[in-house]
Design a protein around this ligand. Structure first.
Ligand code: NOJ
Ligand code: CA
Length: 703
């Protein structure tokens, strides 16, 4: 008796209802978003979503196809509905802000198949004021150990031909440019055979997530998923004429299915961020709130940091990863017979040069790529199993000495493990490699998965690889190692549960500017990324190129101004931010002061303005110092940005250094034209700044 009274109270309080046996609904705490659920006369589960009373997702059905049992799509009945409410605040060990509020109402719908074998499936819906999420739970079935999913058929019925920012639903790589079209014009298939990508597999007209849309009434929506654990990445198949999106899971050709799980289990959350303005998409922390709390406890072994690296010099062709420095990694050769040509980047002396530069410039990390045995056999070999060795340095690189010298100068090594997409080789060595790191006091690793996955028939984004990427986080936690994965599985808020998941690539990073044959990242790339990929989680973009003309790469240049390169330290969020250019390109440049000063770990973040694909301005307050930093970037259009400094603390005068585009700056013709000006700024001041084509603005506000 007492228990049911409590349930009734909860239902009344959170305005969730179950008006008859076949319908149920839940509103977000502020009544902004609501989810309605019902069963059709055939017993098909159907949901829809409203934002401020307007439908944003029309009636959409749910269902699954399995290998050894009939589909679960119709013939269901509601057994029970339950509602819960939550309002709590949790701390971020590192992040864009100190604390995150999780305030939502939940509706749990328990469903049962009416006919035999009476299978059970629960659907958990959560309504937040910044969006909605739902997930499925498959319950135990007598005599059945595991479920083999051939297809998940979750629909998302859009209400019109919205403007969409989309990247193709590639099963292997997220490093495509985003495209801007109406939903009716989405054509992912045309993006197969990408000239710059080592692997692409786009089997359907599907898009990857985060996938952002703007309806003609101005409502913005981003589809993504949260807590992708032991399941496959969800892409969204697009019907160009009905505007219906349907989940399309990444599969395994080797295993012949999409997902296999022991019963019972829960799927990842299907998530939709809903906002009235573009900037609110970035404000949303819903993806994190749909993840489990921190299960690692104290991760203070990882300190957010700026880092330099023996890295850009390889991408611009000045040095090589492999020891012989031949840049011909296509022949098997005996390491003992290789004759170094002096072009190998990862030498002890070069590492010390970078450490000296870092320690002088308030940079506390050093990445060294090409340090270990294996690069001489890498490219061109189908069988990359057993090629890389993650504990044995090349003869000209003294790992221990680099670590020792770094410690002396306050610079910690970031280890590098290029797996060459041979995860079984990496699995075998992971413990030994992480143990070595722990013994050296090295607490972060950059991993890489370039190439087609071995074994054949697996894809980077399938369940088998999702499990592998998670094993790296588990092993990392054991040895106090934080992971920055390149060619990763997408971020789905796992960093909340595993705060050693510090950053990842999973987009066209800076490196494309060095060697892309399609002209590099266009100026609109990052103003799109801020409202798409960045909503998934921290990005290792590697900003900070000062020699924008790339003299060693006559056909390439960076399509931003220098001021924009500075602004990226604030606009793009990551707890590891590279100063990617070579020390000699920074020395003596006044703009370097911004990189010296800028923070990497934040108390607060405020998105001041922005429109998807056009521009964005973000300010962040540094933990510990209270200093504020502003970054603003624009696409190929010049524009004036007015900043009202309301975010500053009351009664304080800040010493501001303003790094703005020179009057004649232009990303193509005059990218390095920059003006640096000192001024005093107080709360409430308002100033207008001009951003050049492809330009930016960076301001440090020091207390
Ligand atoms: C691709 C990564 O994105 C890049 O940062 C790295 O230098 C190369 N792979 C080599 O591992
Ligand atoms: Ca990459």
């Amino acid at each position: 008796m007492k228990r049911s009274l409590l349930v009734v109270t909860a239902i009344a309080l959170i305005s969730a209802s179950c008006s008859n046996n076949n319908t149920a609904s839940v509103d977000s705490p502020g009544g902004v978003n609501s989810i309605e659920f019902h069963l059709s006369p055939e017993g098909v589960p159907i949901y829809s979503v409203k934002h401020k009373g307007e439908t944003v997702i029309g009636e959409s059905s749910m269902g699954f196809d399995f290998k050894d049992q009939p589909s679960l799509h119709s013939g269901l009945e509601i057994v029970k509905t339950t509602t819960n409410t939550k309002d709590e605040t949790w701390p971020m060990p590192w992040g864009e802000q100190r604390e995150v509020r999780d305030n939502h109402n939940e509706l749990i719908v328990e469903l049962k198949e009416k006919a035999k074998p009476n299978r059970l499936i629960n659907i958990y819906f959560k309504a937040f004021d910044d969006g909605i999420g739902f997930r499925y739970e498959f319950l135990a079935q007598p005599g059945v150990d595991s479920l083999v999913i051939m297809d998940e058929n979750t629909e998302f019925q859009l209400t019109g031909d919205h403007t969409a920012w989309w990247a193709p639903g590639d099963w292997d790589i997220y490093e495509h440019l985003y495209n801007t079209t109406r939903v009716s014009q989405i054509d992912a298939i045309s993006k197969r055979n990408h000239p710059n990508l080592a692997q692409t597999y786009i089997p359907e007209n599907a898009v990857n997530t985060p996938f952002t849309l703007r309806a003609d009434n101005g409502v913005h929506m981003t589809f993504h998923e949260a807590n992708l654990t032991d399941y496959s990445d969800m892409t969204l198949k697009v019907d160009n004429s009905t505007f219906m999106l349907t989940s399309e899971l990444v599969g395994s050709d080797r295993l012949g299915y999409k997902v296999k799980r022991a019963l019972p289990f829960k799927t990842p959350w299907r998530a939709l961020i809903i906002a009235d303005k573009a900037t609110e998409l970035i404000d949303s922390k819903m993806i994190l709130n749909l993840n489990e709390p921190n299960k690692l406890g104290d991760v203070s072994y990882f300190k957010p940091k700026k880092y330099v690296g023996i890295w850009w010099e390889m991408h611009i062709g000045k040095s090589t990863w492999d020891y012989a420095g031949s840049q011909d990694m296509n022949t098997w050769s005996n390491l003992a017979n290789l004759k170094p040509t002096g072009k190998h980047g990862a030498t002890t002396a070069n590492a010390k040069r970078y450490i000296d530069f870092a320690s002088k410039n308030n940079i506390t990390g050093l990445l060294v790529e090409g340090w270990n045995v294996g690069w001489e056999h890498w490219i061109g070999f189908e069988d990359r199993e057993g090629v890389f060795d993650f504990v044995t340095p090349y003869p000209d690189y003294d790992l221990k000495e680099v670590v020792r010298y770094g410690n002396e100068k306050g610079v910690e090594l970031i280890m590098h493990h290029e797996t060459s997409a041979a995860p079984r080789t990496y699995d075998q060595q992971m413990d030994t490699a992480y143990k070595l790191m722990q013994s050296l006091g090295v607490h972060a690793v950059k991993t890489g998965y370039v190439g087609k996955i071995i074994p054949k028939g697996e894809y980077h984004h399938g369940q088998w690889m999702v499990q592998h990427y998670r094993r790296a986080l588990d092993a990392g936690a054991k040895y106090q190692v934080a992971v920055n994965a390149h060619e990763p599985i997408k971020a789905t808020g796992i960093r909340r549960t595993y705060p050693n998941a510090i950053a990842r690539e999973g987009l066209r990073g800076q490196e494309f500017n060095a060697w892309a044959t399609d002209g590099g990242n266009p100026p609109e790339h990052l103003p799109i990324i801020a409202f798409t990929r960045m909503l998934a989680g921290p990005i290792d973009f590697t900003p900070g190129v000062f020699e924008i003309g790339l003299p060693t790469k006559p056909n390439n240049q960076i399509n931003t101004t220098l001021a924009q390169q500075l602004a990226l330290y604030v606009v793009i969020y990551s707890p590891v931010q590279m100063a990617c250019d070579l020390p000699e390109n920074y020395e003596g440049k006044p703009a370097l002061q911004f990189i010296r000063d800028v923070g990497v770990d934040w108390d607060k973040t405020v998105v001041l303005n922005g429109e998807v694909g056009d521009f964005v301005t973000i300010v962040r307050q540094e933990r510990g110092t209270g200093n504020w930093f502003l970054g603003s970037i624009t696409d190929e259009q010049a524009r004036d940005i007015t900043v009202t400094f309301d975010f500053l603390d009351e009664g304080k005068t800040y010493k501001a250094s303003v790094y703005r585009d020179g009057t004649d700056a232009h990303f193509r013709n005059n990218p390095t034209s920059i003006e640096i000006e000192q001024m005093e700024i107080k709360k409430g001041d308002s100033k207008t700044f001009h951003l050049a084509e492809g330009g930016g603005l960076a301001i440090s506000l020091i207390q």
